[in-house]
Design a protein around this ligand. Sequence first.
Ligand SMILES: Cc1cc2nc3c(=O)[nH]c(=O)nc-3n(C[C@H](O)[C@H](O)[C@H](O)COP(=O)(O)OP(=O)(O)OC[C@H]3O[C@@H](n4cnc5c(N)ncnc54)[C@H](O)[C@@H]3O)c2cc1C
Length: 318
Amino acid sequence: MTAETVQLAWVSWLEHHMGSEFQRDFPLGDRTTYRVGGRATGFLRLNGIEDLVRLHAALAELEERPRLLVLGRGSNLLVADRGFDGLVLSLGGSFESLNIDGSSVRVGASMALPVAARQIGAAGLSGFEWAVGVPGSFGGAVAMNAGGHGSDMAASLRSVTVVDLGGSTAVEEWPTARLDLSYRHSAITSEIVVLGGELELAGGDSEQIKGAMSDVVQWRRAHQPGGQNAGSVFVNPTDHPPAAFLIEEAGLRGYRLGSATVSPKHANFIQAEPDGRAQDVFDLIFYVRETVREAFGVELTTEIRMIGFEEGEVDRGQ
Ligand SMILES: Cc1cc2nc3c(=O)[nH]c(=O)nc-3n(C[C@H](O)[C@H](O)[C@H](O)COP(=O)(O)OP(=O)(O)OC[C@H]3O[C@@H](n4cnc5c(N)ncnc54)[C@H](O)[C@@H]3O)c2cc1C
């Protein structure tokens, strides 16, 4: 069988088994905050656990499984212009939920972090204020161990609910320790779908919490650019100054390559443009890395995830 017929086999197989929630040739780049990049071979919306069970069964019968990408709000992804040859999974429906019980909060994976932060704060619970400024989903924040303003997911996450599409269909409850969370890292692989999680927070005064969140929002407006970006491109290196400082000192603030620019407002952000090219963002990322390496001998590694680039290309970047 040729690569094309194998690909068509999984596409038609999932079309048949998953019905109208499956779409071919999906514009994936449009679903990222960079808003550049190409299409995915297949896209599937999962509205509840029963959809995951059906998908698991359908995938298990395939000889050649597609590559998987669980898509949150696309705020940490750069999709290649050629697109992604695989299956994109997006959680909706019952996964957009938030339930508060005393100091414990269960949050569904597709809940937007700023919405969750505001609801939690309004209930008089403190410790999640930082999340009001991160434009991701709860599931994406678990996978990335997102954080800011001196905190991160690891600080309040007690457990997560996951399904391993490469394993059994069982819905599993993992204690946070199993996630191996560290700075912008978790043990979540592309076959593991985070369905939700439980936070343990402290009691607080909802007016004070509201004030703290408004400080976070104002700080971000003052220090970070809007427009088409995915937040910080590089993780801050240990034992060195922050990435933004190094990039700025290397003289790259405002540096432009094709349709991509190092943000003049925050040098660790790279801006794309309407109708711009993912390749320009990608090339600029490597130009910045090389320049910082030559100037300071520091190896920057990317925080953003590259989707659909060749393995060799991505190895250069991770
Ligand atoms: C303006 C701006 C500011 C930002 N500021 C911050 C910041 O302060 N701190 C910070 O940490 N990040 C920041 N980010 C980056 C981004 O918002 C976070 O990494 C966020 O957690 C990504 O969530 P997402 O839902 O958008 O994930 P996506 O970008 O869709 O995906 C990111 C990764 O998570 C995986 N994933 C997503 N959902 C699931 C799921 N349900 N199950 C399993 N895997 C999943 C994806 O497969 C992918 O590997 C910023 C981004 C922007 C655009």
